[in-house]
Ligand binder design. Sequence first.
Ligand code: ADP
Length: 160
Amino acid sequence: MKNKEKIAIYPGSFDPITNGHLDILKRALSIFDKVILLLAHNPNKNGRFTPKERIEMMKEATKDLDNVVVDMSDELSVDYALKHDATHMIRGLRAVSDFEYEFQLSSANRFASKDIDMVFFMANGKYSFITSSAIMELYEGGKDVSELVPPCVIKMLKKR
Ligand code: ADP
């Protein structure tokens, strides 16, 4: 019997994508055959970057990684996962403060579908303080954030 491809989605706002996100993505690729990096777009929430800009940065930042697909969806992430044959959803945990939100999210997802399970990766210590908003604050405060985000994000920040 042919083994079925193991597919996971990694949903998030990626506003913008950071090296913390990329670290989680690469670790997920060591377990799954394919990971869909999904801009889970909430049309009622205004982001810092437009969905188009975020997707552009997500694509550029992952162009050298095999088995990554970048996509966007405004439906529930579990529904997207079911439609795309994914069995798992990837998330990252930086601190205890993330736990509460992620635990609530995983319970809501379980309520929505029992067929999609969540897989959590603990943040790499060197990236554990990185949030998209911290990046923006540091950058706007004149600090060099090139160690924290991929080069395409720096390019986009300079363009704004
Ligand atoms: P959301 O708005 O859905 O939380 P984010 O883009 O902020 O979207 O984060 C997506 C996922 O990546 C979340 O599970 C978050 O905890 C995780 N994450 C974000 N930054 C990091 C980081 N530096 N290290 C590990 N995980 C991270």
